[in-house]
Design a protein around this ligand. Structure first.
Ligand SMILES: [Zn+2]
Length: 237
């Protein structure tokens, strides 16, 4: 099981680590700052720098089949660290921060449009959520105005861990119907946006909503009789 430093500090851009196993399918470290693909958010890219200064480019990050070991997928043809090698693991911070802003913006979007979420995706300073909005009419300009209002409140974004049983006793916390929160390890991570939102989430977020910056609603598409897809984009940082 890889120690996942991003869970408690999403701003950690690098860490020292030891390579435990290594192959073309992935490099396993004892600890990492690389977020593995999941929950609609892409896997981190970056590099592992060896003692001799060689950089091993990492093209993607994924979970192994056990969902506990994190695989750093090397770029094709990259030199691999030997098991036991000390490395400095450094993510592409610009990319990650754009995803953190987009991810946090989607939490706020679920406040503006308080309907069951059926799908979603976190892109590069952009993202989308699908909602079962029923008969409600989602107005593009109104959603954008309210989303920017919430961003401008500059509310704190924090996390805390609760036991699986506590979440099971409070099913109202789960907004996403398609993506079940990561359970089974005995504890679940809750993301709170001060006074606005509380939901289980394993992704990476900014510390204050003000860091998201200006958001625009790119479009609201009809995906089904009661299902709507809302696409947002963020201004450059
Ligand atoms: Zn989240």
């Amino acid at each position: 099981m890889t120690e996942a430093l991003f869970r408690d500090d999403s701003y950690a851009a690098w860490t020292e680590a030891v390579a435990l196993a290594s192959g073309p399918g992935g490099i396993v470290l004892d600890r990492t700052v690389f977020y593995p693909r999941g929950g609609g958010q892409g896997g981190d890219k970056g590099a592992l720098v060896l003692d001799d200064g060689t950089a091993v480019p990492i093209a993607d990050t994924v979970y192994d089949a056990d969902r506990a070991t994190i695989l750093h997928v090397p770029a094709e043809g990259a030199a691999l660290p030997r098991p036991g090698a000390r490395v400095t693991a450094r993510i592409d911070w610009e990319l990650r921060f754009r995803r953190m802003r987009a991810h946090t913006a989607l939490h706020l979007l679920s406040v503006v449009a308080p309907y069951p979420v059926t799908g979603g995706s976190v892109g590069d300073a952009e993202g989308r959520l699908d909602f079962d909005s029923g008969e409600a009419v989602l107005d593009k300009a109104e959603v954008e105005r309210r989303l920017n209002e919430l961003i401008a409140l500059d509310r704190a974004v924090t996390h805390r861990w609760i036991a699986d049983e506590e979440l099971e006793a409070n099913p109202g916390l789960i907004k996403t119907m398609s993506v079940k929160p990561p359970m089974g390890t005995g504890r679940v991570r809750l993301i709170a946006i001060e006074g606005l939102d509380l939901q289980p989430c394993g992704g990476t977020h900014v510390k204050r909503t003000g860091e998201i910056g200006r958001a625009s609603v790119r479009g609201i598409e009809k995906k089904g009789r009661i299902n709507r897809r809302v696409r947002i984009a963020l201004s450059p940082a």
